[in-house]
Ligand binder design. Sequence first.
Ligand code: SAM
Length: 271
Amino acid sequence: MTTTEGYVLGRTDAEYERLRAQARVWEQATATLLDRVGLAAGARCLDVGCGPGETMRLMAERAGPGGTVVGMDIDAAVGASAVAMLHAAGHRQCTFVAGDATRDDPPAGGYDLVFARLLLLHLTEPVAALRRMWQWVAPGGHLVVQDYDMRTVDVDPPLPVVAEWRRVFLGTFTAAGRDIRLGHRLPHLFAEAGLGAPDGIEVTGRMEPLRAAGGMLAATYRSVAPAAVSLGIVTEPERDAWLSGMERAMTEHGDHTAMWPLLIGVHKQRG
Ligand SMILES: C[S@@+](CC[C@H](N)C(=O)[O-])C[C@H]1O[C@@H](n2cnc3c(N)ncnc32)[C@H](O)[C@@H]1O
């Protein structure tokens, strides 16, 4: 399974909508990190694995009309929708290039900011990807990476429906050769890639009642289900039963406390 063929999430409108909803949840954590590295007017920014462009918007707000924001994603459709959304909001400095970050280079020129959120988790060789992204950073610029440690996803008091989410969702990532602990490993991966220790680490967590978090659990399950079925981790009838069970759990156990994955951000300035 190659990095390109092995993307375990969906490429549907529902998945793009889920990514937008997820981006709203982490907007403050990402904005804090962009401000921490001093992203300012005129900056040249690159968002690798930009998805629907929500972080490009945060970059555009800071870089202003005199800056540039390039989104790069292997999925041309999501990039087109990102740029349409950004231009409609007046961010004309945003452009998109379709490309595979593991083998294609972005438009030439060093970047003051190279950023990737929830990208490395999808790659089988994250260290090689870090080395490539580091080359795209201009002297004095920053590499900023945010990724999940998904081991924390759970509910208290425990429920079988969430245990089953863990078996299917985390099991599919693992079977596809992805590391569900990737966020925790980022500092070590930076060192392994030859970047040295990060300049800073930010960890963001989130807990909320299952009645609020259940929608995201169901959406992530739906997104991974085709890969899980083809890997033999779950059958279609089991998938359908789980989705009904999750709806019931949100009503009957909506006050149980769900925990999200940890979002871990690390950054490093290039000398
Ligand atoms: C989970 S989404 C995150 C999107 C966005 N960064 C965010 O945080 O909202 C992962 C994105 O990485 C893209 N992607 C996966 N593998 C890629 C690769 N090899 N090169 C470029 N983009 C890739 C996917 O198409 C998807 O849009």
